[in-house]
Design a protein around this ligand. Structure first.
Ligand code: AN0
Ligand code: CP
Length: 317
């Protein structure tokens, strides 16, 4: 595997799940595969889970790890070609990326959507430049439109907890004080559609996701109706995708917060969230602390998804 930015890069999901469960059984089975190989993790945005789980996964494979926080200590990077660089950015990505490439064997990149220019974001301008100019295998640690390591971990988690072959999985929008990207819901939808679960998306009107990600999912504007009979509730906030509203907050309606009363409508659903989560905005204390909340095992599976991806990359170096 040379690149991992979306669900298609992983190939057959059944095989990907089998590989993940094999790693989970013995995560040190390939602890010499990465000997003298270096992972470089490049962060344009903050992270807790991705940073820790990916580093841990690389260590399980025997790799060395370098972490670069672009906004802390590195030169500010210009990303647009053709700009006269007389502003506050002393270095261009077009030099920085190949330089990073010479110091490592695999690169992970985190670069969120700017939420100002939809075309720029949806062209995945930053991660695609890493793919084009680094000369090294590249994986997404959340890019502008997708968060595939998260979705892979989510899939593993659902497979572990499901009690029916084709569970009802509901992705629900929930309120948040700041505008967030669509990467997590886009990616979750992409993987759920590929897994062929009974998949429903619920959100207030105006929060429609890009149709390429919605795919065959059912969209239900009545959140309570969507929750009926659900086996998994996956909560996430996102900002608007549509037209002139791109990147905007259209609602902070607290009636969309996931609480005990709404969870009671489900088939004793498990509660999921990628974290970080704002309590009593997205989800009530009671629900996230309940025994049906699986947010911690979900986060634990981030180590597994990262390890599965890097193992595939190491094998094809
Ligand atoms: C980010 C997002 O919504 O994309 C990262 C989630 C993994 N969340 C925040 O910035 C709070
Ligand atoms: N879920 C997730 O990617 O968390 P971080 O932003 O903390 O890495």
């Amino acid at each position: 595997m040379r690149y991992f930015t979306n669900v298609n890069d992983i190939g057959d999901l059944k095989v990907a799940l089998k590989e993940a469960f094999e790693i989970k059984k013995d995560r040190f089975q390939f602890d010499t595969l990465g000997k003298n190989k270096t992972l470089m993790m490049v962060f344009f945005n903050s992270s807790l889970r991705t940073r820790l789980s990916t580093q841990k996964a690389a260590m399980n494979l025997g790799m060395n790890v370098i972490v670069l926080d672009v906004n802390q200590g590195a030169w500010k990077l210009e990303t647009e070609r053709g700009v006269i660089m007389d502003g506050d950015k002393p270095e261009h990505l077009l030099e920085a990326i190949p330089v990073m490439g010479v110091y490592c064997d695999i690169i992970g990149v985190r670069s969120f959507a700017g939420l100002e220019d939809r075309e720029y974001d949806y062209n995945e301008t930053v991660i695609n430049q890493f793919i084009k100019y680094s000369g090294k295998p590249v994986f997404s640690m959340e890019a502008a439109t997708r968060h595939p390591l998260q979705s892979y971990a989510d899939l593993i988690t659902i497979e572990e907890y499901k009690t029916t072959e084709r569970p009802k999985v509901v992705l629900t929008w929930a309120p948040h004080p700041r505008a967030l990207p669509q990467a997590v819901p886009n990616s979750f939808a992409e993987w759920m559609n590929a897994a062929d679960y009974d998949f429903v998306i619920t959100h207030p009107r105006g929060y429609e996701l890009d149709p390429q990600f919605v795919g065959n999912a059912r969209v239900e504007y009545d959140q309570r109706k969507a929750f009926e009979g659900a086996d998994f509730i996956y909560a996430k906030n996102w900002s608007a995708y549509s037209g002139d509203n791109y990147g905007k907050i259209l609602s902070k309606d607290m009636d969309w917060t996931v609480d005990t009363e709404k969870m009671a409508l489900t088939n004793q659903a498990y509660f999921m969230h990628c974290l970080p989560v704002r309590r009593n905005m997205i989800v009530s204390d009671d629900v996230i602390e309940s025994e049906r909340s699986i947010v911690i095992p979900e986060a634990a599976n981030r180590e597994i998804s990262a390890q599965a991806v890097m193992k595939k990359m190491l094998l094809s170096l």
